[in-house]
Design a protein around this ligand. Structure first.
Ligand code: GCV
Length: 717
């Protein structure tokens, strides 16, 4: 197998130099299987470049051993002969160090996709139970660089938190007349499709799989959840196009999933109905799914957006979404597949005058009553907030409402509402807040796992997604990748893709540490190994960039205020009188949405305690969510003593200043890549222009509505 290093695409976090430490060593790989072959190919490739060697047998004295536990000899003692390949004493001792940890865990297996990493007597060892674990272990060593070969390292076990770590592509096969080749895509065209057919650049697909594997992602969907006419056929007569992608990503441990339309039995099968309880429909799904697995034996499963934004669904037949999901789940079950059923169901034909209908309530209203009625291989995929990937939203109450359903939490790496990859907006801090949120409150002593008696206090959103023993629905995100040279449009948006994969592997990781990992891999090789000054610049620009973006856009959690349709740039009333259910209700007296039980839509009642009460009162509601939950006068005083109107002015001026500061910092930055520097410079210019536009529109709008001047006397145009 050849390693996909492409000359015409930015290497992102896997430049050849990132493999220097591994490639300069003597490396032994023990084991069989497709992914072990990938590990061998990666190591061989790195060694050919950096002067090391891929040892051909176990008799040498390697610096690094990557071994499947089934292929590695058991610990060799002076007394005992060993089974399998014989290895030198230091390798044996390093392997023994890893095995001791297993013994200490009662001899339990390393775990699916997991590995042990140890270093003893000058030998670094990765011991894995399966080839995927070996691949993840290799990428761990790559991340560590020289550190992996220094001193001693007591054996550490590493396992992915969640079984499924998935990226959804909203890519269309045909160019959609409004949404284009990639819906909400800001990085050029699709890496899979172009003008109605496969793009044909499978090397790029392989390179993508490699990048994803290095973060821990193990599943992708290859088409948009809005399944249009051509895309529907990927399930049947165009399945070969999907199989070709599956072949490319398989060596990197990635399974392919497909978005399908609920109406497939009618559109593709010629049936008069798609009623999930109709026997002909059940049979059609069963037969069709059998064909899918004949073509793609490791196919992951289906993703469905039903009864949402015009997509067909079970409501047309008076059936529930559990009925709808289960018919697909039953078809997939014999093959070990899963259906991801999206909870993004709401009325997009609302009347703004109707204050009782609340889009935020919709997912909970529809799905909470169905808890316990989904099959085990049906995963309910819930957007992290109740609205739609806004810069600031509370956590969706659905996440706390369905203890007997497997839930996946959906994030959005593509920056639909967060600057569309023209603005620097490092999203890991937002995701970290979401994943760390405790829907049932902090629990005793902040105990993250909750108590054994089943008390849910202390459990986090990540705990729900991960589930017991990793059996939850996992984490899913909408990809930000396209056929752009930098993969992600804005070169710094690569960090979001990287951070998502790493957080899906381990939600406990910290955003600033992830940024360091990304900086080290991406930039250190070109900086002679020390990205010190650049590291400081990137942290200064990126650590707080989500909050900066929040400051110059919609205030205090109220959301939207974007231009309708494409969602870029400000338009305070753009959605205010539309049917989409996304209102801020600003008038001369105040602003915000009353979602209280006392006088509003009752949405606060969808949360368990303590949040149900915390959000109910403006006195306890966190300031950053005040206007999401409450309609308040402009003079309402926030917890920091500022009025709402003054907060709006202050944050909008400050946000722009922060962007200007980032631009100044970047002017002096030396990333070791002139073209990348130029691209980021250009984009920062656009970000500053757009931030100023946001500042001026929002401040002018609220000045005019409220009549309250800025206390600091700044000019509001
Ligand atoms: C794929 C939002 C986006 C749509 C997207 C939808 C979804 O409404 O604007 O482009 O459709 O979310 O998540 O299904």
């Amino acid at each position: 197998m050849s390693i996909p290093e492409l000359a015409d695409v930015h290497p992102a976090w896997l430049p050849p130099g990132a493999f220097r430490a591994v490639g300069a060593r003597r490396v032994l790989v023990l084991g069989d299987g497709l992914l072990t072959g990938t590990v061998r190919a990666e190591v061989g490739h790195a060694c050919a470049r950096h002067g090391g060697s891929l040892e051909q047998d176990a008799a040498g004295s390697p610096d690094l051993v990557l071994a499947l536990s089934s292929a590695a000899p058991p610990a060799v003692t002076s007394a005992g002969p060993s089974v399998g390949p014989s290895v030198g004493p230091s390798v044996a001792r390093a392997l023994a160090a890893a095995r001791e940890v297993l013994a200490g865990q009662g001899g339990s297996a390393i775990g699916e996709e997991g590995y042990l990493l140890a270093r003893r007597d000058g030998v670094t060892v990765v011991l894995a139970g399966d080839p995927a674990g070996l691949l993840y272990g290799l990428f761990h060593v790559v991340r560590l660089g020289e550190e992996a070969f220094a001193g001693e390292r007591p054996a550490e076990p590493h396992r992915p938190a969640a079984r499924r770590r998935m990226l959804d592509h909203w890519d269309n096969v045909d160019v959609h007349p409004v949404m284009g080749q990639v819906e909400r895509g800001y990085s050029g065209g699709s890496i899979f499709w172009r003008d109605g057919g496969p793009r044909g650049d499978l090397a790029r697909v392989r390179a993508y799989a490699r990048l994803l594997a290095a973060t821990g992602v193990n599943a992708i969907t290859v088409n948009n959840v809005n399944v249009h006419a051509t895309e529907a056929h990927l399930l049947t007569d165009r399945l070969g196009d999907v199989a070709a992608i599956a072949d490319e990503v398989r060596p990197y441990g990635i399974r392919v999933h497909l978005s399908v339309t609920f109406a497939s039995p009618m559109r593709l099968g010629g049936l008069p109905t798609a009623d999930p309880l109709d026997e002909r429909v059940r049979e059609w799904w069963a037969r069709t799914t059998e064909h899918v697995y004949a073509a793609i034996p490791d196919f992951g499963g289906y993703v469905v957006k039903a009864d949402s934004e015009g997509q067909p669904g079970p409501f047309a037949y008076g059936r529930s979404h559990a009925d709808g999901a289960n018919v697909l789940a039953d078809a997939l079950a014999p093959f070990g597949g899963v259906v991801h059923w999206r909870a993004f169901v709401y009325n997009h034909r609302q009347d703004w005058r109707d204050r009782s209908t609340d889009r935020a309530r919709a997912a909970h209203d529809h799905f909470a009553p169905l808890d316990g009625r989904f099959r085990d291989n049906a995963i309910l995929q819930v957007k992290h907030g109740p609205m739609d990937f806004q810069t600031r939203e509370p956590v969706s109450p659905v996440i706390a409402a369905m203890p007997s359903t497997r839930l996946a939490v959906e994030l959005q790496v593509t920056q639909e509402y967060t600057g569309q990859q023209r603005h620097v907006c490092y999203l890991a801090p937002m995701w970290k807040e979401v994943l760390g949120f405790r829907p049932w409150g902090p629990g005793e002593d902040g105990d993250a796992a909750g108590d054994a008696a089943g008390d849910r206090a202390g459990r986090s959103v990540a705990d729900v997604a991960v589930g017991a023993s990793g059996g939850g629905g996992g984490l899913v995100a909408v990809s930000n990748v396209g056929d752009d040279f930098y993969w992600t449009g804005h070169p710094l948006a690569q960090a979001n893709l990287y951070a998502f994969g790493r957080l899906a592997w381990d939600p406990r990781l910290e955003p600033d540490a992830l940024l360091d990992e990304w900086i080290d891999l991406t930039f250190a090789p070109a900086q002679g190994g020390d990205p010190g000054p650049l590291r400081r610049t990137l942290h200064a620009m990126m650590d707080g960039s989500w909050r900066t973006y929040e400051r110059y856009t919609a205030p205090l959690g109220v959301g939207f205020m974007v231009r309708p349709g494409h969602h870029y740039g400000p338009d305070v009333d753009g959605y205010e009188y539309t049917p989409w259910g996304t209102y801020h209700f600003a008038d001369r007296d105040g602003v915000g949405v009353d979602r209280t039980r006392a006088s509003g839509t009752g949405f606060t009642g969808q949360y368990p305690q303590p949040w149900s009460d915390v959000y109910e009162s403006p006195g306890t509601c966190p300031d950053e969510l005040l206007l999401f939950f409450h309609h308040v006068p402009y003079g309402h005083v926030l917890h920091d003593g500022t009025t709402v109107i003054q907060h709006i002015y202050d944050t909008h001026f400050a946000g722009v200043e922060e962007v200007a500061g980032s631009r100044r910092l970047w002017e002096r930055a030396e990333p070791g890549d002139a073209a990348l520097h130029a691209r980021v410079t250009e984009l920062l210019g656009e970000q500053l222009r757009c931030a100023e536009e946001w500042r001026d529109q929002v401040n002018a709008y609220f000045f005019r509505k409220s009549g309250v001047p800025d206390a600091r006397g700044r000019r509001i145009p």
